[in-house]
Design a protein around this ligand. Structure first.
Ligand code: DC
Length: 218
């Protein structure tokens, strides 16, 4: 079974996708975390993000691993756990630049399809419904108002100990959405066969139940 979920930052995708995967007993793959892990490594190595050759080499040379330990998913980059580091504001600021590169996307999409070919998955991201898994049995597009998405991301960051300026965060999310929607390869978009769920006025638990009802009805 393949369940594909796309949507902008802060729409509640990962919370919903993780819970749906757990309820169904299948694997959850957070593809945003894969782009983030690569960005984390690029920042560590001080790679020039506007030099395509360096980015392509980086994508080809990096082993990204997602493991489910039962207490949540952990992300590894070349064997080192980076689950927390990839959520930093620096990574969030740069990830859309790296994710706009077509060769980087090619490598990542290939890795994601390979995982999905071996497992039943709930996979979330920006291009899952129309590029990574166009044949997924179930497709969803999660969204919410910019204010709600900003508040959610702000809360996540505060929980991790960061000081948050909500106005700046809102601008950054808007810029990121703009980059994600306007890039040539794998842009964020709603496919006609996706069920759109607006989580502005409902909690994630209701969205989880809605998705599960659709999947269980078959
Ligand atoms: O979902 P997220 O905020 O963790 O995603 C991080 C970035 O990665 C985001 O700017 C968009 C990009 N991304 C992408 O381009 N394609 C995906 N399938 C997943 C994420």
């Amino acid at each position: 079974m393949k369940i594909a979920i796309d949507g902008p930052a802060g729409a509640g995708k990962s919370t919903v996708a993780r819970r749906v995967a757990r309820e169904l007993g299948i694997l959850y793959i957070d593809t945003g975390a894969m782009y983030r892990a690569l960005t984390w490594k690029a920042l560590q190595l001080k790679i020039n993000l506007s030099a395509p050759e360096e980015l392509h080499q980086l994508a080809a040379d990096t082993v990204i691993d997602i493991r489910d330990h039962g207490d949540g998913t952990r992300i590894y980059c070349d064997g080192r756990e980076v689950t927390t580091e990839i959520r930093s504001p620096e990574v969030s600021r740069m990830v859309s630049v790296l994710a706009a590169d077509d060769k980087v996307r090619e490598v990542m999409v290939e890795k994601q399809r390979a995982i999905a070919s071996r497992n039943d998955v709930v996979m979330d991201g920006r291009d899952i419904t129309h590029c990574v898994l166009p044949d997924a049995e179930y497709k969803f597009y999660l969204t919410a108002s910019l204010d709600v998405r900003t508040r959610r991301r702000g809360q996540e960051l505060e929980n991790q100990g960061y000081e948050v300026d909500l106005e700046q965060l809102k601008r950054e999310i808007m810029e990121r959405d703009q980059l994600d929607m306007s890039r040539k390869v794998g842009p964020l978009k709603i496919t006609p066969d996706a069920v759109v769920i607006d989580t502005s006025d409902i909690d994630c638990e209701s969205a989880v139940q809605y998705v599960l009802d659709i999947v269980r009805e078959g």
